[in-house]
Design a protein around this ligand. Sequence first.
Ligand code: GAR
Length: 189
Amino acid sequence: MKRLAVFASGSGTNYEAIAKACADGVIDAEVVLLVCDRPGAAVLDRAARLGTPTFVFNPREYASKAGFETIVADRMDALGVDLVCLAGYMRIIGEVLLKRYGGRIINIHPSLLPAFKGAHAVEQAVEYGVKIYGITIHWVDETLDGGRIIAQRAFEYDGSDPDEVHRLGQVIEHKLYVETINKILKGDI
Ligand code: GAR
């Protein structure tokens, strides 16, 4: 069975969708580690409920990104992680993780990339008056929300409420992430 690590900084609804799909046999894999860079984040409650081991760290306690990424990579090596899924991990992946896990890290982002990169994609799109929104899953490189696109799904919304766009988008995210992880693990991508 393949082994996944999920990285998250916040609420963790995507983590939960992935972990439940694994538990239900929808994804033929196990989430062996949840990595979180925000002590106290809600995703940690979800991980405790679903029984996923966690590695939680405060980046400010490390002199450099390489410091915490080395510990994370060592943990993942020890667990035999096959695929790393970023799920609202609000941090650019650095050299250490890219060198050791490059080509095995994917990210989900709430826009049709390359439009609206960064932490406020939905708010910026609403501000622009966008009518067709979307979700992107991509391989991770050293740039913010960069890397080759694996999957995208669009939806229409003609309004001005970012919360509503987030709600509509998250329903799609949870399905698309599970489908895409499955395809990658089966070798279809
Ligand atoms: C998701 O909407 C994801 O697309 C976004 O963070 C949210 C996390 O939600 N990621 C980014 O913006 C990456 N730049 P969740 O914690 O409920 O899974």
